[in-house]
Design a protein around this ligand. Structure first.
Ligand SMILES: [Zn+2]
Ligand SMILES: [Zn+2]
Length: 459
């Protein structure tokens, strides 16, 4: 049983004056003192440094060669210390990208964990993406009971348009007899005509096998042949039962989806490598909220009902709005709540490609006339919000927006393939949504293979 205290004797790092101190373990302990009194020297340069050093020492020689030699801190002894992590002090920020996990850097450790031992899956088929050896495929296939009949197929074309004549002829020349075309078995000897403009799926029947003792070597040979033919894919049609797919490439055996080697940055919603493309990793999308744009439905357009287009800085937008209303015969002097819903739709969502005569008088008395398309108040604000380089304009427009959960990532902030990487069946977003108690339970139950136990420290 670990001791109840961390006992430090003779700490002399930096300005520490050979101090002895006993700190209770498993408690929330605060060090206070004047600036320069040695708080960080004790916490970081002594306790954390020693905890980290012992952690590294505990690793195998193989693992240690990847990490630098760590200096022993200037201290006589420290007892009761476990491996430690440190979190730097940070000023709090109101950045919507930050979470408790990212500010404390705990999320960095999670990213590292997922990058090193995460299991990638095909985001569309849920199949784990692994590369399997021929022996592993043989092992799996021979688990079927004796007398199970199956055929081994090499998938060549999957849902691609064309007659595929050359391909079919080539397979025939290689000595294969049967193919499965769009799920139907055909002899290569017959003239297989495919409609040019339709999508087809073609698989070569490499072998037909009945499971019995001693079938392994023939199975292995045929699997090799199928993999060579298809470039790493094997389809096993178990007669009257299921179909199994295997891949010798690091790829989804069904659709061929593959993933580059996992890296910590892929798990960051603040990096383009990980962030959901739709919401840029925010998990929410800012969209113009009509209730904020028109807070008072009793106001008319003349009175400035559309708050974002009242022209606080320039009279461009009010004049544009006035031209649009004139063109479509929309009254500007009645409460907007009384406008016909199709007129309101035109104003908010735009009027398509139809051009509007726009007469514009600027503040200096010049006047211009143009025929322009009216994109609509909401698309206009959202476009300017996206494109503007001005923080002021962005903030102004944000005042009329509210956050809606992102439809693509459902608020999980990461790309779907990143969310399909799991550790103990949890993806990284699930882990971060756990309470501290639940997270502790998860990590206490984490069972890792020997290889996995070693991998996280190979930075
Ligand atoms: Zn897939
Ligand atoms: Zn998203």
């Amino acid at each position: 049983m670990a001791s109840e205290n961390i006992v430090i004797k003779g700490a002399r790092a930096h300005n520490l004056k050979n101090i002895d101190i006993t700190i209770p373990r498993d408690r929330f302990v605060v060090l206070t003192g004047l600036s320069g009194s040695g708080k960080s020297s004790l916490a970081f340069d002594t306790i954390y440094a020693e905890g980290q050093r012992r952690y590294v020492e505990s690793l195998s020689a193989y693992a240690r060669q990847f990490l630098g030699q760590m200096e022993k801190p200037d201290v006589d002894s420290i007892e009761g210390l476990s491996p430690a992590i440190s979190i730097d002090q940070k000023t709090t920020s109101r950045n919507p990208r930050s979470t408790v996990g990212t500010v404390t850097e705990i999320y960095d450790y999670l990213r590292l964990l997922f990058a090193r031992i995460g299991h990638p899956h095909c985001p569309d088929h849920g199949v784990e993406i692994t590369s399997q050896t021929v022996e592993q495929m043989v092992d799996r296939i021979t688990q079927f009971p004796e007398k199970t009949r199956l055929q081994l197929l090499a998938p060549l074309i999957s849902g691609r348009k064309g007659e595929h004549k050359a391909l079919l002829a080539d397979i025939g020349k290689q000595g294969f007899v049967r193919v499965r075309v769009n799920g139907e078995l055909r002899e290569l000897a017959e003239n297989i005509e495919l409609e040019k403009n339709k999508k087809h799926t073609i698989e070569v029947v490499v072998d037909r096998i009945v499971i019995k003792e001693g079938v392994e070597s023939r199975l292995a040979d045929s699997i090799e042949t199928a993999l060579k033919l298809s470039g790493g894919q094997l389809l096993v049609d178990v007669i009257d039962q299921e179909e199994l797919r295997f891949s010798s490439n690091f790829a989804c055996p069904i659709c061929g989806f593959s993933m580059e080697e996992l890296s910590p940055r892929m798990f960051s919603f603040n990096s383009p490598f990980g962030a959901c493309q739709e919401c840029d990793g925010l998990g929410v999308k800012m969209i113009v909220d009509p209730d904020l744009l028109i807070p008072d439905m009793d106001k008319s357009i003349e009175d400035g009902a559309f708050l974002a287009w009242t022209g606080s800085t320039s009279n461009y937008y009010p004049q544009f709005l006035s031209s649009v209303c004139a063109h479509f015969g929309i009254p500007q002097d009645v409460p907007v709540g009384k406008l016909k819903s199709e007129d309101m739709d035109k104003l908010l969502k735009g009027t398509g490609s139809q051009k509007v005569r726009f007469v514009y008088h600027n503040d200096f008395g010049h006047h211009k006339e143009a025929h322009v398309v009216f994109e609509g108040i909401i698309p206009n604000l959202e476009r300017r919000y996206r494109d503007t380089a001005s923080e002021g304009i962005r903030e102004f427009i944000e005042g009329f927006m509210s956050a809606k959960p992102c439809e693509l990532c459902k608020g999980h902030r990461l790309k779907k393939e990143v969310l399909a990487v799991t550790v103990n069946d949890y993806n990284i977003s699930h882990v971060t949504s756990l309470s501290i108690g639940e997270a502790m339970e998860l990590f206490n139950q984490l069972t890792l293979s020997e290889k996995e136990q070693l991998s996280p420290i190979l930075f």
